[in-house]
Design a protein around this ligand. Sequence first.
Ligand SMILES: Nc1nc2c(c(=O)[nH]1)N[C@H]1C(S)=C(S)[C@@H](COP(=O)(O)OP(=O)(O)OC[C@H]3O[C@@H](n4cnc5c(=O)[nH]c(N)nc54)[C@H](O)[C@@H]3O)O[C@H]1N2
Ligand SMILES: Nc1nc2c(c(=O)[nH]1)N[C@H]1C(S)=C(S)[C@@H](COP(=O)(O)OP(=O)(O)OC[C@H]3O[C@@H](n4cnc5c(=O)[nH]c(N)nc54)[C@H](O)[C@@H]3O)O[C@H]1N2
Ligand code: SF4
Ligand SMILES: [Mo]
Length: 722
Amino acid sequence: MSDSHRQKTFCRICEAQCGLVVTTQNGRVSKIEPNPEHVSSRGYACIKGLKMGDFVHNPDRLLTPLKKVDGEFVPVSWNQALAEIGAKLRAIHARDGGGAIAAYMGNPIAFSMWPTLMMTMLLKAFDADKLFTPGTQDCANKFAGGERLFGNPHAQVFPDIDHTRLLIAVGTNPVISKMSFINLPHPMERIGAIEERGGKVYWVNPRYTESARRCGEHVAIRPDTDVFFMLGFLHEVIARDGVDHARVQRYMNGYATLAELARPWTPERVAQATRVPADTLRAMVRDYLAADGAAIYSSTGVNQGSRGLLVYWLQEAINAVSGNLDRRGGVLAGKGVMPSPPVGEQRRSRIAGIPYVNSIIPAGIMADEILTPGPGRVRAMLNMSGNPLLTCPGSGRLAEAFDDLELFVCTDIVRNETAEHAHYILPGLHGLERADIPFFFFTVMGLMPERSFSYTDAVLPAAGEARDEGLILRQLCRAAGRPLGGSRPLQWLSNLAESLARLPRVGRRTSLDRLFFGAVTRVARLGGLRRLRRQPDGVMLQPNQPGDYLGKRVQTASGKVELAPPDLVARAATLDAEFGQELAAQGALKLIQKRERFTHNTWAHNVEAFIDGKRHSNYLYIHPLDAQAQGLGQGQLARVSANGEYVEVPVQLDDSLQPGTIAVPHGWGHQDARGLSVARHTQGANINIIMPHGPATLEPVSGMCHMNGIIAEVRAADAAVS
Ligand SMILES: Nc1nc2c(c(=O)[nH]1)N[C@H]1C(S)=C(S)[C@@H](COP(=O)(O)OP(=O)(O)OC[C@H]3O[C@@H](n4cnc5c(=O)[nH]c(N)nc54)[C@H](O)[C@@H]3O)O[C@H]1N2
Ligand SMILES: Nc1nc2c(c(=O)[nH]1)N[C@H]1C(S)=C(S)[C@@H](COP(=O)(O)OP(=O)(O)OC[C@H]3O[C@@H](n4cnc5c(=O)[nH]c(N)nc54)[C@H](O)[C@@H]3O)O[C@H]1N2
Ligand code: SF4
Ligand SMILES: [Mo]
């Protein structure tokens, strides 16, 4: 007899967090549909959410712990894996202290607050503070900027998209990616509506993107020159008397310094580097100042540049001084449903003294932290839900570093490329097997034009012997004799909860994650899980309101927005010289990243439907004129070189790119992944082999990797053999 079951849940693959209806038959997903009743996504979902069944029931799904013995992975029991890993952690900690223990926590699990909280508790148990995440590959500039301008890394603003009259969207492509730092399911419907109500949209991007084709006006920019664009924009705002001086006087500090900084950057001057004609920039500023509520927003296209922090600073300074911060249709400061956790003391890495941002250490120095001798050298590493070998810069050196570790443990749902270098691989849960509340960015930071909250129970039981990552981390603490979070009562509670969880009926209610979710919902005044279970479409909360931020919630010491943070002003001192370098490099090809509909970072390629036909590889996207100049033709294998390394990928002629710009998507290069039976047979290459890495290549204040606008060379692969 077939046991069919329908359950509402929400997707945890990206920030849209779309509501889904999952039908299961005998414990397996038979269908996933968008949920038309979900309060925020209202029937929207993309192919990745709808095809999640192929991920959760993937034939390569890890079902037991694995241990590497003589170069081969063999199944072992949980007891054995935990005992051996625990003993090794204990020994390394006893010998070298907490500095020797580090973790990398990847993107998918970041959408689940419980395991990420447990990871911080595990690190605390070992007095360890080296937590690497994709944050320094995608958004640490915004955290560093929020800390300086608004007094807290978690204080972030987002465009009031449903009311704005003008949106300038820089370095984002919502049709494909659904944006970042904002919860915006079905983004193009909401952005398209700006035009429908008589407003305007500009896309600042080196590529004429899928999004720009749908609506708005495309403004082509030379990669990695956005800082000059923003300086020119600010210059023009001031020149046109577009500053709301009363507001600045009352709520902001540092305006004079900021204005002085912008003074030399006329639209004509910046155009030499950005290639945005001065008249275009002037028209944009004119529209921005004329609009009754306007917002500049940027995303990874800017964040991953070499000056993402400066761009973020100038952008938010423009939004603030023009009176658009905390204004209807401008940018609003997010308000979560629970308080932001305390930010730890400022720390610096032992490698080159790079500051931690939002308590994370830059992944661009991960290899250096492992390979550089001396106190604090990383000897044990826990990688949870990440594939740093393919997603962090400098893959060659990272591989060497991973092989140098005394203990490397990966927790994933499949055996990915990084896991090939591990000593142990532990099976974790897929999102559908996990109870959850919304992402930290929404629950704590409140980055939601429409504020809402959802709770979901797990839809499926854990596959095989897979375990909740939060539980795995607690069990590792116990096995190593280090109390969770450095607190014996907490470890005792954790052990008790684990024993109770084995009891039928009682278990579900006493599991620590449910207790945590229950506590959050009570702090949020949502009335506990029982009530939320009755609202599987989510609940709408009071929307973010303009006028509740300035003078009320700004967290800087002065209580004012800091328009001229001293370390950023100091950092800006080299901009003149950098401008000169930009002009000198006018003829060079600049490499940018490009996201694709059927790719999600590295982890969609082990599903047949995602790698059909031409989608079996990544490509070098290049303008026909550039291709011709390099003697490259459509489909030909090209060699792309930078930083003394190269990769080879086929050519895809693409006139949506501005000449001088080339793009190669990341997340490929699966040929050596023995554990991925489908992805292993794809082609393509790992672009992070050629990305700059090491302390000298990072944005110095935010630790951001430089992945966009890399100077690169291309030529035919066969011609390249020397
Ligand atoms: N060159 C270049 N590099 C980039 C980028 C770029 O634009 N260009 N983008 C960067 C960005 S924005 C990001 S966010 C990073 C992403 O970097 P990572 O987080 O390192 O990479 P993912 O491919 O997201 O890796 C996810 C892994 O998590 C596993 N996984 C999925 N769900 C779960 C789960 O529920 N539990 C567990 N335990 N595992 C799970 C998947 O199987 C996969 O192996 O890449 C960055 N790297
Ligand atoms: N299908 C799909 N969706 C995804 C992901 C995925 O891999 N696949 N990844 C998810 C993740 S982890 C993230 S962080 C988000 C990111 O979401 P977005 O930040 O919107 O990411 P992208 O679509 O890569 O858009 C970045 C844009 O910046 C442009 N760009 C490149 N260089 C520059 C530059 O120097 N200046 C300017 N102004 N623009 C530039 C690129 O052409 C590109 O269109 O997407 C998420 N959604
Ligand atoms: S848009 Fe994002 S959250 Fe929505 S279904 Fe697709 S991957 Fe999931
Ligand atoms: Mo990301």
